[in-house]
Design a protein. Structure first.
Length: 114
């Protein structure tokens, strides 16, 4: 008997991914500013230049983290779209049976639909 195909990997948790990406970008700004301060640039100018330099650098250096963040955001967007469709009544509730009857309402007509 052949083994079932492996399930697709689940997207990473959104909050953890956002936190990691944010901390990595802040660390990059701090590192760039520290290098500039060590070279003799005043602190305020060093921070401003580091902010400008960190944006393109983070696009290159943190490509993997950004891809994880994109997949986590896409998964969350899909979950929200499904929830909105269920709330609008466009999609059947997964808790109900195939005929639409479930534990909630026990076959009573929905009062919102008239």
């Amino acid at each position: 008997m052949p083994a079932p195909p492996p399930a697709p990997p689940s997207p990473p948790p959104l909050a953890r991914t956002i936190t990691l990406y944010t901390l990595a970008r802040i660390a990059l700004v701090v590192a760039a500013a520290a290098v500039l301060v060590l070279v003799g640039v005043p602190l305020l100018i060093a921070v401003l230049v580091a902010l400008i330099v960190a944006l393109p650098l983070s696009m290159v250096l943190f490509r993997g983290l950004r891809a994880q963040l994109d997949s986590a955001l896409a998964a969350r967007t899909e979950q929200r779209a499904q929830l909105r469709a269920r709330l609008r009544g466009d999609e059947p509730d997964p808790d109900t049976g195939p005929d639409g009857s479930g534990s909630a309402g026990e076959g009573e007509p929905d009062a919102r639909r008239g």
